[in-house]
Design a protein around this ligand. Structure first.
Ligand SMILES: [Cu+2]
Length: 288
């Protein structure tokens, strides 16, 4: 298998395991939505699928009905009509109505996705080859910074040990956020374009060097939610998962206090390499 094939295989494998991790039913559908936006995306996906199915059945139904009932062996003679105004209006107006019916909810959702105003907490996520850096810029936890890198043991990747449930979707330091709060995520990258993607939140935003983009989510329930870098960003593209831990307000406050204490003591435990220079991060060992 060539290099492209290997990359394609990795992408496929990581997205399949992403869907299956913790949610066996997600094998055949989108992941269970955890935010209002993801809920809207899920509903829209179902709506569009139903519309497509109806069009499919309608078009093929008429086609097969015509083929069977107006076949030559039955003595059917083709009708010759041109410039039938009624038909032309119908086949223009009906698709326009269908498109408007799909564009209306889609536009509403896209506008809601872009509304990053009034966040409770703002976090900057920086994509590196191949890990994520998180900076809590505003709100409870302000000042916390750490790197979040793949924690899947090398043995599992090389086939020396059985693969865990969250294979390639586990990190050393997950992003921790409180439940029910609006989290604004600012995105940028240090080297190449990455993409921060958490399907259950309905968030997928490119992280582009030299630019700041943003997105937001408000998780409805606690739990651990997983995603991947969704932009082909280099050799270890398939090895830079996104893990978000949504916890209660109390647990979050405790976590913040712990991080602050660690920072004050200078212990680089759960928040290591806060000041790590990009050059060293890019050349971090342990990959490949
Ligand atoms: Cu990436």
């Amino acid at each position: 298998m060539g290099r492209a094939g290997r990359i394609a295989g990795l992408v496929l494998a990581s997205s399949v395991s992403l869907a299956q991790a913790e949610q066996p039913h997600a094998r055949y559908n989108l992941q269970q939505p955890v935010t209002g936006i993801a809920e809207q995306i899920n509903d829209m996906h179902t709506l569009m699928l139903v519309i497509c199915l109806l069009i499919f059945v309608g078009v093929f139904g008429v086609m097969f009905w015509a083929v069977f009932n107006h076949r030559k062996s039955k003595g059917a003679v083709a009708a010759h009509f041109h410039e039938n105004t009624a038909v032309e209006i119908a086949w223009t107006v009906i698709p326009v109505l269908i498109l408007l019916g799909m564009a209306w909810p889609a536009t509403k959702t896209v506008i809601a996705m872009k509304d990053t105003s009034n966040p409770d907490i703002t976090v900057k996520a920086t994509g590196y080859q191949w890990k994520w850096g998180y900076d809590y810029l505003q709100g409870e936890g302000e000042g916390i910074r750490f790197l979040s890198a793949l924690a899947t043991p090398r043995d599992q990747i090389e086939g020396g040990a059985p693969k865990g449930d969250a294979y390639l979707l586990e990190v050393d330091n997950p992003l921790v956020v409180p439940v029910g709060k609006k989290i604004r995520v600012l995105l940028t990258a240090n080297d190449v374009i990455h993409s921060w993607w958490v399907p259950a939140f309905g968030v997928k935003q490119d992280a582009i060097p030299g630019f700041i983009r943003d997105s937001w989510f408000r998780a409805d329930r606690e739990g651990t939610f997983r995603g991947n870098c969704a932009e082909l960003c280099g050799r270890d593209h398939g090895f830079m998962p996104v893990v978000v831990q949504v916890v209660s307000a109390e647990k979050y406050a405790a976590w913040v206090a712990e991080q602050k204490a660690r920072a004050a003591a200078g212990t680089p435990a759960a928040a290591p390499a806060a000041e790590a220079e990009p050059a060293r991060i890019a050349a971090a060992p342990g990959e490949g």
